[in-house]
Design a protein around this ligand. Structure first.
Ligand code: PHE
Length: 337
């Protein structure tokens, strides 16, 4: 019996010392009412009178030892658990915070918004048109019949013979005039497409902003005043503008418009290639044929229109020398603006 008791003790202590021991289960196994030690004690009746107190004493000692071991192991486990928790939850308030990356508008979007602000401020509304457009609106309604040479400079992508990706925002002019009698005062920013190879100044997809004003008594003076106001807000109060005669089939007279170089003030520098002037847009008085085709009487109304390239303005404003940067979506580049 003594051997059994000693064996229980060795086993119990070894089991308790094991990593991850289930202490409560072991307590029940060895010391519980149906436990191994209790079972031994139950058999004590069979012992002789001399043996009984000796074995009894031994059994009590062993019980006490196992209890003490249980106590010790559960205290050790508790403190290990606490240590682990403290370690896991450690908070160093002196560590600098983690920066959350914050997005920002793309330079093209920034300039587009600025354009919208400027013209909304002058009482314009924003009109939209489809990027997949009818040949009719992109060309014919703009006084460019099927075999007109002006089509060569605006070669685009065709879906069918009559449906294409718009090569300019000008078709929005025709769409607006068809639906609405004057007074009309809109801008229309958006994507346009041309069958151009990619290089530093060309892309098959780019952005334009169209402007259209039609009312009684609109003159070229209104066009000039409007564009001057726009240029000075966009490029600085000292900016001057210059009209050069040009040809567009849907405006007559037509002009290309330059702004005085905002880098050198007109003296000539690298940005303006020594010219002192930088071309920024095309414009003119809406052609009577266009008004007529859109259901507006050119004897009663007149109007002006202009169209500018948004990429060009972005590149000039931010001194970007390669248009491809605007489409590559490299955040290291985009975060500079
Ligand atoms: N749509 C012309 C272009 O893309 C620009 C323009 C617009 C010219 C409106 C005159 C009037 O070249």
């Amino acid at each position: 019996m003594k051997d059994t008791l000693l064996k229980i003790k060795t086993e119990a202590i070894a089991a308790l010392a094991e990593d991850g021991a289930d202490i409560e289960a072991l307590r029940i196994k060895y010391l519980g009412k149906k436990g191994e030690l209790t079972a031994v004690l139950r058999g004590m009746g069979k012992l002789s009178a001399e043996e009984r107190p000796v074995i009894g004493q031994l059994a009590n000692d062993i019980r006490a030892e196992i209890e003490a071991e249980i106590e010790k192991q559960s205290a050790a486990m508790k403190s290990a658990a606490l240590d682990a928790r403290l370690k896991a939850e450690k908070l160093d308030v002196t560590i600098p915070g983690t920066k959350v990356p914050v997005g920002k508008p793309h330079p093209l979007a920034m300039v587009q918004r600025q354009l919208e602000e400027i013209f909304l401020g002058m009482g314009y509304s924003i009109a939209e048109g489809p990027e997949v457009e009818y040949d009719y609106y992109n060309f014919q309604a703009l006084n460019i019949p099927p075999d007109h040479p002006a089509r060569d400079t605006q070669d685009t992508f065709y879906i069918t013979e009559n449906i294409l990706l718009r090569s300019q925002t000008s078709p929005v002019q025709a769409r607006v005039m068809e639906k609405q009698q004057p007074p009309i005062k809109i801008i229309s920013p958006g994507r346009v497409y041309r069958s151009d190879a990619v290089d530093a100044t060309h892309s098959p997809l780019f952005h334009q902003c169209e402007g259209l004003v039609v009312d009684k008594g609109i003159t070229m003076g209104d066009l000039k005043g409007t564009l001057e106001m726009f240029a000075q807000t966009m490029f600085g109060a000292d900016t001057r503008i210059r009209f050069r005669p040009h040809h567009f089939p849907f405006t007559e007279p037509s002009a290309e418009v330059d702004v005085s170089c905002f880098a050198c003030g007109g003296k000539g520098c690298r940005l303006c290639k020594g010219e002192g002037w930088i071309e920024i847009l095309g414009a003119g008085m809406v052609h009577p044929n266009v008004l007529r085709m859109c259901g507006i009487d050119p004897e009663v109304y007149s109007g002006f229109a202009f169209g500018l390239g948004i990429e060009r303005i972005v590149m000039l404003k931010y001194h970007i020398d390669d248009m491809r940067h605007l489409y590559e979506n490299d955040v290291r580049f985009l975060h500079q603006f």
